[in-house]
Design a protein around this ligand. Structure first.
Ligand code: SF4
Length: 350
């Protein structure tokens, strides 16, 4: 008989499993604690259980994991992991170390952000993105998403992942049910604060409206990248279905708690979306929205069909935004030497 993968079970199914095994209900809580907080990889490692109980469980259940196929280290400290799923498909995730901004230190100046994948490949076909080029293979299941965090956490001990962003391979809102369950496990089982998790979307309007209803509250980021429908549809095909007006209308309805803001990612493509007029239109589009803009100068790569903007252009674009009292940061891409930067996740896989 095939062993039951405990990691593939949600809370209700774990409770059901425990009941079926005629174990007291608190064993389900203990299993969650050992799998998601203690991060064990085998039933035999649950030392809180007696030896006979561990042996009994080992005959019925297992705890799945991802195989680390490759680990790349960038000169700037960024690390990329190529992880193999049980069906042989592979995904990538990236660990980015940064200094926490003053006031957000939580006792440590270092922040380790893990960028996780939500799908194998991606169907969205954004023109500036290498993952988009590989097409869609399949959705990741909840435990395959959460396991990226557990697996990397085991590897980087004693360092600790402090933040999680859904910005790796895939469009998370195209896999909303599984992503929502993964978010529940990250927040409830692994006790990650929702304030330290960011989900990034290319702009799937129904998903933006559904997210607050079906998942724990997390930060939202939108990959915007253009200020007219004409340009956005050209570089992001999703815009042909959900244009800028519909997208911004949905974002205005998105519930934000306290001082939180929506992050707008804006990849600056030389001569495409980096003009003064674009900056002025961006201000107009985001007026009245609690927003912060991340400007990401494009990483030119072979065959991309786009070029990087000049550093002067990037600064001039930012200045127009900040002069209008918008919060706008220039994000230096990390891990470009190992193809771990934004929009570059696919190289090792292919
Ligand atoms: S940018 Fe994101 S949504 Fe667009 S193709 Fe790449 S992975 Fe998919």
């Amino acid at each position: 008989m095939a062993l039951i993968d405990l990691k593939s079970l949600d809370k209700a199914s774990l409770e059901e499993f425990v009941k079926k095994e005629r174990l007291p209900a608190f064993r389900a809580r203990q299993l969650i604690h050992w799998i998601y907080e203690k991060n064990v990889t085998g039933v035999g490692d649950i030392t809180e259980f007696s030896k006979p109980l561990r042996e009994k469980l080992a005959g019925k259940a297992r705890i799945s994991g991802l195989a680390v196929k490759k680990r790349f280290a960038s000169e700037d400290g960024t690390e990329k992991y190529l992880l193999e799923l049980e069906d042989g498909n592979q995904v990538e995730c990236v660990l980015i170390g940064t200094e926490a901004p003053p006031g957000e230190e939580d006792g440590s100046r270092e922040k380790f952000t893990l960028c996780v994948s939500s799908q194998v490949g991606c169907a969205m076909g954004c023109r500036f993105c290498l993952t988009g080029e590989m097409g869609f293979i399949r959705d990741l299941r909840p435990h395959e998403i959460v396991e990226q965090a557990l697996c990397v956490q085991r590897l980087i001990q004693p360092r600790k992942i402090t933040n999680i962003v859904f910005m790796g391979m895939g469009e998370p809102l195209n896999n909303l049910a599984n992503v929502a369950e993964a978010l529940r496990r990250l927040t409830e089982f692994m006790r990650f604060s929702g304030r330290r998790i960011t989900l990034s979307t290319s702009g799937i309007v129904p998903g933006i409206l559904e997210l607050p209803r079906s998942a724990p509250s997390v930060n939202l980021a939108v990959s915007l990248n253009a200020t007219t429908d004409e340009v956005r549809s050209r570089i992001m095909p999703v815009n042909r279905k959900y244009g800028l007006a519909a997208l911004l209308k949905a974002l205005r309805q998105f519930p934000l708690s306290g001082r939180s803001r929506i992050t707008f990612e804006y990849v600056l493509l030389g001569g495409v979306n980096d003009s003064d007029e674009d900056a002025a239109r961006l201000i107009k589009l985001l007026r009245g929205l609690p927003a912060k803009v991340n400007l990401i100068p494009f990483n030119a790569h072979e065959g991309a069909g786009f070029s990087a903007p000049s550093p002067e252009r990037v600064l001039a674009f930012q200045k127009i935004l900040t002069d209008a009292r918008m919060t706008a940061f220039i994000r230096k891409s990390k891990g470009t030497d190992i193809l771990a930067a934004c929009g570059q996740l696919k190289a090792a896989y292919m």
